[in-house]
Write a protein of this length. Structure first.
Length: 95
């Protein structure tokens, strides 16, 4: 990632970490993300959630959320590289 973009990303994460409520977070995301970007992020969340729940096949996930198998594969690959600690945190949050 380009240095300026990396710096901007870190600053954005710091801003997000200082937000206290879902309402404020929504306002920040409304400011920084387009409707399409928010929809993409929401779908990615649902994909990751479904993959971690491990109740559906990848094909079923794709059909339910109207996404491509490639999106499911990218989500699946991402879940394979996160730490066990993060995976458990996500699983407990998603239940």
């Amino acid at each position: 990632m380009y240095d300026m973009a990396k710096s901007g990303w870190k600053e954005f994460l710091k801003l997000c970490s200082e937000i206290d409520s879902p309402e404020e977070m929504s306002q920040v995301f409304d400011l920084f993300l387009t409707i399409e970007e928010k929809e993409t992020l929401a779908k990615r969340y649902l994909i990751i959630k479904a993959l971690l729940e491990a109740k559906l096949t990848q094909r079923q996930i794709a059909d339910i959320f109207n996404v491509s198998i490639a999106q499911i594969t990218r989500g699946s690959n991402a879940t394979k590289i996160i730490s066990t600690k993060l995976k458990e945190l996500l699983k407990s949050h998603l239940q």
